[in-house]
Design a protein around this ligand. Structure first.
Ligand code: GDP
Length: 200
């Protein structure tokens, strides 16, 4: 298995619709998460870049799909966040349609990294996405982010609890993480290296 240098990540484009994405080839890994769980921070930590994914955004305004290239064949995709209470129903509906279509139809999509706040795991949309992803036979790696907010003992306890609530499925893996403290970075990189390995 080859190692990927995530620091080489380069912004390619922001796509307002699936039709604006580049040709469906190579391997893509998409980052998803409830707004404010730390999706941008996790991407920045993985790639060791401060501003790769912007961390201060107006809630509900960022409905774009952002694409970053790691190599000719490997890309990271930053999907629009979800769970904003104030977002109009039409926007939520549009998000659901776009994301479900992307998960079902994007052949190069290998897996999802789902970012959750360790203090608020497995909320409504997380469960929905997880179900869609498994239906589409995608890998799902869950980051219980902001682990630095809890003592190690508490982190371990929640990790075990969340594991129990997840469906038994070999496609799912989970770890504690802190984008702030760069905790769990190696485990994340190793998981993604295996997903990307065919083409790297
Ligand atoms: P996004 O909306 O999911 O992209 O979330 P952001 O990356 O913008 O992060 C939301 C807020 O959580 C920001 O204030 C971050 O500084 C903070 N944050 C992100 N990751 C961590 C972490 O690991 N630990 C702590 N304590 N705060 C974090």
């Amino acid at each position: 298995m080859n190692k990927i240098n995530y620091q080489l990540a380069e912004f390619v484009l922001s796509a307002p619709t699936l039709a604006n994405l580049p040709t469906d080839e190579g391997i893509e890994v998409a980052f998803v998460g409830r707004s404010n769980a730390g999706k941008s921070s996790a991407l920045n930590a993985l790639c060791q870049q401060k501003n790769l994914a912007r961390t201060s955004k107006t809630p509900g305004r960022t409905q774009l799909i952002n694409l970053f290239r790691l190599s000719e064949q490997c890309s990271l995709v930053d999907l629009p966040g979800y769970g904003y209470a104030k977002v109009p129903a039409a926007v939520k509906k549009n998000w659901q349609k776009m994301i479900s279509e992307y998960l079902e139809s994007r052949r190069s999509l290998k897996g999802l990294v789902m970012i959750m706040d360790i203090r608020h795991p497995l909320r409504e949309y997380d469960q929905l996405l997880l179900a869609w992803a498994l239906k589409a036979k995608l890998f799902v790696h869950i980051l219980l982010n902001k682990a630095d907010k809890l003592a190690r003992r508490e982190q371990t306890k929640i990790l075990a609890e969340v594991k129990q609530q997840l469906p038994a499925n070999d496609l799912i893996s989970i770890q504690t993480f802190s984008a702030l403290r760069q905790q769990g970075l190696e485990e994340l990189q190793q998981t993604l290296n295996t997903w990307f390995s065919v083409h790297s």
